[in-house]
Design a protein around this ligand. Sequence first.
Ligand SMILES: *Cc1c(COP(=O)(O)O)cnc(C)c1O
Length: 297
Amino acid sequence: MTPLFNLSCRIDPLPLVLYPTVSVAILRLDLVHPVVSGNKWFKLNYYLGEATAAGKTILTFGGAYSNHIVATAAAAKMAGLKSIGVIRGERAPELSQTLTEAKAFGMELYFISRKAYQEKTLPDEIANQQNEFYIIPDGGYGLLGMEGAKDILLQNQTSAYTHIVSAVGTGTTLAGLAGAAGDDQHVIGISVLKNNFSLQNEVEELVLTCKRKNVRILHDYHFGGYAKYTAELIHFMNDFFRQTSVPTDFVYTGKAFFGVIDLIQQQFFAPGSKILLVHTGGLQGNRSLAKGTLIFG
Ligand SMILES: *Cc1c(COP(=O)(O)O)cnc(C)c1O
């Protein structure tokens, strides 16, 4: 199994003057690619490797605002592969920015009903070409996605950290982090979905294929649910940028970083802890906020 791209990233120390008992650094996956940032590249890497070897067209699934869809479109283009996006729901009169961008990367888009989407039925127009497609699951969830996410830790200098923290959606990234972490490293995921308690099992199922690890998912920082936000979250993101010059997004990393700072304030981490925050990217998601909401962007 070979990944298609070599992805190594910067680690920036974070000055937290108020909390000198712990140290925090940020692994900047958001800087991995100028257009599509973050963990999606890692998750796609091995799928792309297989698709390239097989010379097939990439086909994947997602919603109209899916980071995974744009990332797949961009990565497929860089790999010289054709790509197809099967999108959940009716085609809106105007394409979302995400889909417009995916299309600009050459992705062919098909829209299917929510029911058909649940069953992952291919649209009639392309159903008979099934053999030409290399199918990547929704969100990159799956073993190869986890394999790619392992490289987030393996391709960077991360063994000295006691805690590794990341935002969690499908849990694929977290499973990769847990799979690659050392036995004495704690892996903590902050779920951005409301009450998504089945996550723990899904992540463990993926991780079981390697080794049972110290992984824990926290459910207190979803701010109302997926892509929901509050004034408090926006205020935090602006404040965090002012203090660190690190931009975050309101769907994933803003919530994860808010959670970490809150946990530090509650003395969740023992003195001497060295925390590595994984900046999973996703900054393009902020474009759906009204202009002026964030002081960066
Ligand atoms: C997709 C995404 C995640 C979640 O990754 P999973 O592997 O689905 O848990 C986290 N952060 C950002 C910025 C994302 O785009």
